[in-house]
Structures are given as structure tokens and as C-alpha cells.
Design a protein around this ligand. Structure first.
Ligand code: GLA
Length: 402
């Protein structure tokens, strides 16, 4: 009886300790933030991927032009270092099973493309699939994992996005672990981007397998809406937000690539999209035509103050701490005790939104320095609360520093 009582007290103590640990500043106790797949991606990966803008209509001219534009626009220096060629680069497999590049689209070959990219201080990413075929119907890597990993390493690949079409009844954890092992065996540092759309809850098993994992179906360039294949920005946000405890250095939730600059949303909406991705410590993979950006687009993608929130070394995914109808408050703890704060108005009319220091995890008397990250200016210091008027389909983003 006394033993039973002892056990009960122990269990009660443990659950109280766990409840206390649900704190925006800390990782939940069952997740060790130091565990990573391969020591890569201590902050969310940044770069460009061909898919959102070019789809299957991709070739080496576009990729070279984009690499050059990343340098000229200042995006490389702002952190966008990965140049990732998505689906449809593949040609046939040779008789020995090795994969080739499509000779019409990539006549100079992948090694030459990698050299062009590396010569500009950028890194080279490729796409494959854990099934027999990719989503675009090109050869997938199933049954060729080690062979493909060796080919990628020989080409100079630094990043692999690994998709999930045509996988039949394959076990996802096994399939991704196999490719992770194959990449490791090459001895080259290759970031692994898991892309099974959240179907098998990779946040529960992929921490030591991949560096990022998609949490939803494919994004499309719209504020909201869901169809059979694609999902709008607000809907993605709602699915990615609750997964905040699973993100950390080396292993990130991936709510899909950016649509900023692709023309389907207003600049306010794009700023909210970009700001929310930064709050969620999401990979910042631009998906527009970098060589033909307008000034509004580059001002969004090159906002270094917002990028710094995304890339903050603490590596905690921000979360929604309050919502009322279309008004929301998001908080992300930053290294050194500061907070990023995002006031989101999803509604159709301007709205006043206020955050209390309690919602930020600060004592009410604390005096905070406030910095507006879109206006790039300091606001008057505040105690106890911060509030602002937010335009429809827009977000105000500030940092609060004690
Ligand atoms: C899937 C992925 C996309 C893209 C396409 C390519 O839909 O989720 O991001 O890679 O395949 O076919």
C-alpha cells in the first residue's frame, strides 16, 4: 500500500514537472534539441527552388540565371544560399542503373551546373523521390538509393529534397532512413529535405533522419483555400502551428516553399506570409523568378530584420498565443531573452490588436524596446503591452527587447 502511494506521488510529481515545462522558451522535455540527423542546418535552410514558379518547365539556363541573380540581388549575402532544382531534371537510367540528367534540358550536365553554382558561393540542391517514379513521372530512387546518393555526391550536390509519389505501401520512416544512410555513406554533407506532406507524421520520427520535413500538402499562391492537391497560406499556417514543439536546430517543420513574388497575393499578404514563415522558423526557400523580381518583392525577401527572426540561433518555432476571430497574436522567443511578436489580421476590415507582456512571458513592469521590422524603425519603449492597427490580410511585426 505504501509502495503504491509512493508510486502515485512520483507520477503526480512527474506530470506536474511536465506541465511546468510547457513554456515558450523551452523545448518539451521529451525532445532533445541537440539531436540532429547529420549536424547540418543549425538554422532553417534558406535558398531558392524551381518548382513554385517553373514547375516541370525547368532547364540549366534558368538555373544558371537564377544563381547569378541570387548574387546580384544580394539574396545570397542575406542567406539564400541553396539553389535547388526540383522535379523534371532527370533523364533515363543507364544500363547499369545510374541516373542521368535530361539531355535536352541540362545538356552541360549536372557537374557543370554544380560548378557554376559553387563558383558563386552557393550550394546545389536536387530533387528525387522514394518511389519508382517522381511526382512528375521521372525515374525515382526506389531500389537505387545508394547508387543515386553516390551520383549526387560526385556531382557536388549539397541538398536533397526527397518526395513521396508512387511509393505504394512503402514504410515512410524506413524509406527516408535508407536514403539518409545512403547520403551519410557518401561522406559528403548533404541536407535531407523530407517531402511526404505530413502524411506519416514525420515530426514524430524524423529528427535523426532529415533536416526538415514538409508538414502539409503543396502550397499555392493564395491567401486561403484548399483543393484536392493544394492549400492556401492561412490553411498551411493553421496546420503547421501546432507542431511547434517538434522543431529545433537541425530538424525543422517545413510549411512549404515561399510564394512571395509569384503574383497571386497582395504585398500585404506576401509580407504576412513571409513574416509568419519567419515566426515559425520555417525554411525560407524562395519560389519566384529571382532574375525578374520587382522592388516590392525584393524588399520582402531581403528584409534582414525578418530573416534574423527566422534564423535566430535559439531555434524555437514561434506559436500563436491568442486568437479572436480573425485577429491573432504570435510570439517567438529569441536568443538573449527578446521576443518577436506578430499581430495578424486575417479579416476583411482594419483591426486594432493588442499584446500584453503576460502573453509574451514577461512581467508587466518590464520596459521593452520596440522595433518595427517592416518600417525599419524604433517605436517608443513600452511597458505592459503593445498594440497596433493592422490592415486587412496583413501583419505587423516587431521585436520586444527587455
Ligand atoms: C510534390 C511536392 C512538390 C514538388 C512536386 C514535383 O507535389 O510536394 O513540392 O516537388 O511534387 O513534382
Amino acid at each position: 500500500m505504501r509502495q503504491l502511494l509512493g508510486l502515485l506521488i512520483l507520477l503526480l510529481g512527474l506530470s506536474a514537472a511536465q506541465a511546468q515545462d510547457v513554456d515558450p522558451n523551452r523545448m518539451p522535455p521529451h525532445l532533445d534539441p541537440a539531436r540532429t540527423a547529420n549536424g547540418l542546418a543549425p538554422t532553417p535552410p534558406m535558398g531558392w527552388n524551381s518548382w513554385n514558379r517553373f514547375g516541370c518547365d525547368i532547364d540549366e539556363t534558368i538555373v544558371r540565371r537564377t544563381a547569378d541573380a541570387l548574387v546580384e540581388s544580394g539574396m545570397r549575402d542575406a542567406g539564400y544560399i541553396h539553389v535547388i532544382v526540383d522535379d523534371c531534371w532527370q533523364g533515363p537510367r543507364l544500363a547499369d542503373g545510374s541516373i542521368t540528367a535530361d539531355p535536352q534540358r541540362f545538356p552541360s550536365g549536372m557537374r557543370a551546373l554544380a560548378d557554376h553554382i559553387h563558383a558563386r558561393g552557393l550550394r546545389f540542391g536536387l530533387y528525387s523521390d522514394a518511389g519508382r517514379l517522381t511526382c512528375g513521372g521521372r525515374p525515382g530512387s526506389q531500389g537505387h538509393e545508394y547508387q543515386d546518393a553516390r551520383t549526387y555526391a560526385a556531382w557536388g550536390v549539397d541538398y536533397l529534397k526527397y518526395d513521396w509519389c508512387h511509393t505504394g505501401t512503402r514504410n515512410a520512416e524506413e524509406a527516408y532512413a535508407l536514403m539518409a544512410d545512403a547520403l551519410r555513406a557518401t561522406g559528403r554533407d548533404i541536407i535531407l529535405s523530407i517531402c511526404e506532406w505530413g502524411n506519416n507524421q514525420p515530426w514524430l520520427w524524423a529528427q535523426k533522419i532529415g533536416n526538415l520535413w514538409r508538414t502539409t500538402g503543396d502550397i499555392f499562391d493564395a491567401w486561403e483555400g484548399v483543393d484536392r492537391h493544394r492549400i492556401g497560406v492561412m490553411n498551411i499556417v493553421d496546420r503547421n502551428e501546432p507542431l511547434w514543439p517538434y522543431a529545433g536546430p537541425g530538424h525543422w517543420n517545413d510549411p512549404d516553399m515561399l510564394e512571395v513574388g509569384n503574383g497571386g497575393m497582395t504585398n500585404d499578404e506576401y509580407r504576412a506570409h513571409f513574416g509568419l514563415w519567419a515566426m515559425m522558423a520555417a525554411p525560407l526557400i524562395a519560389g519566384n523568378d529571382i532574375s525578374a523580381m520587382d522592388d516590392d518583392t525584393s524588399a520582402i525577401l531581403l528584409n534582414r530584420e525578418v530573416i534574423a527572426v527566422d534564423q535566430d540561433p535559439l531555434g524555437v518555432q514561434g506559436r500563436r498565443v491568442w486568437r479572436d476571430g480573425g485577429r491573432e497574436l504570435w510570439v517567438k522567443p529569441l536568443a538573449g531573452g527578446a521576443r518577436a511578436l506578430l499581430l495578424l489580421n486575417r479579416g476583411e476590415a482594419p483591426a486594432r490588436i493588442a499584446a500584453t507582456w503576460e502573453q509574451l512571458g514577461y512581467p508587466a513592469h518590464l520596459r521593452g524596446r520596440i522595433r518595427d521590422l517592416w518600417a525599419h524603425r524604433d517605436l517608443p519603449p513600452a511597458s505592459g503591452r503593445f498594440e497596433a492597427e493592422v490592415a486587412p490580410h496583413a501583419a505587423v511585426m516587431v521585436t520586444v527587447r527587455p
